[in-house]
Design a protein around this ligand. Structure first.
Ligand code: HXC
Length: 259
């Protein structure tokens, strides 16, 4: 376990690296230090072949209560305009491997937005999701307006962003914001099971699948289908594709090598 200032970085286990946001006294508020550690750790994980998937959690009681309001308070308009934070968010969004979130308790503001940067979300039934920025006289600033509306549709996104109201884990699942709800004691283990399962799959196919799926958010059907076809074609050149098909016909387990 490596202890950064704001994040605990686990050893890699079964191809899964676990990052635990670690500012419990501030409900894991996402100050610059935390975001920069997250972006740096993900950049390193992206080029580490031993990491097949990354799990992000805030632990048992809170995921993250948003940007650090106390830190944000010192920024005027020019300060916000020149803020380094968008560069951290871009690096997190560009992480090419599967990012799994395990959410217990609050995922609010930037915390909900961080969760929406993740590819799969497992939540405890104690989780609450919201974009309460409106109560501070601001709006979501790390993709909350764009990713939320794509995840839950117009009416619920408007309700959440304009009123600041929270939704429960079961509502979030019903609206497609998250994929599974479990008891809070199971959240991290269940997310780790999902991450480990994906970590055993052929890494190049996983990476291309993530890239093509995410493209669906901001491209036409025609362009998306073209990209899908190109990725599908590219995979025909991988050893893992031959191994997957050979293992099926020989009725054995595949041994994927990421080649
Ligand atoms: C800084 C925070 C914080 C935050 C909680 N704390 N949220 N500190 N930034 N976002 C701190 C509190 O100051 C307090 O510390 C401690 O965590 C516990 O919080 P309490 O309010 O005492 O707990 P509780 O009454 O249980 O309420 C929990 C809560 C509430 C509902 C999560 O804290 C809350 O509403 N927080 C703000 C949520 C929010 O507005 N998020 C959006 C932020 S803006 P002390 O030292 O006082 O005990 C945003 C913009 C994103 O995210 C833009 C792009 C990134």
């Amino acid at each position: 376990m490596q202890e950064l200032q704001d994040i605990l970085v686990s050893e890699i286990a079964n191809g899964v690296l676990t990052l635990t946001l670690n500012r419990p006294a501030a409900f894991n508020a996402l100050r610059n230090q935390l975001l920069s550690e997250l972006a740096d750790t993900l950049d390193a994980a992206a080029i580490n072949d031993d990491v097949k998937a990354v799990l992000v959690t805030g632990g048992d009681s809170v995921f993250a209560a948003g940007a650090d309001i106390k830190e944000m308070a010192s920024l005027d308009m020019v300060g916000v305009m020149n803020d380094i934070r968008p560069t951290y968010w871009k690096r997190i969004a560009a992480f090419p491997k599967p990012l799994i979130a395990a959410v217990n308790g609050y995922a609010l503001g930037g915390g909900c937005e961080l969760m929406m940067h993740c590819d799969i979300v497992i939540a405890g039934d104690n989780a609450q999701f919201g974009q309460p920025e409106i109560n501070l006289g601001i709006i979501p600033g790390a993709g909350g307006t764009q990713r939320l509306i794509k995840a839950v549709g117009k009416s619920m996104a408007m309700q959440m962003v304009l009123s600041g109201a929270f939704i429960s884990a079961s509502q979030a699942r019903d609206f497609g914001l998250i994929s599974e709800v479990v008891i809070p004691e199971r959240t991290i283990d269940r997310a780790r099971e999902v991450a480990s399962l994906i970590a055993r799959k052929p890494p190049i196919a996983v990476r291309l699948a993530k890239e093509v799926l995410l493209k669906a958010f901001d491209t036409s059907l025609d362009s998306g289908l073209n990209l899908e076809r190109k990725a599908f074609t590219l995979l025909a050149a991988t050893e893992d594709r031959n191994e997957g098909i050979a293992a099926f016909t020989e009725k054995r387990k595949p041994n994927f090598k990421g080649k």
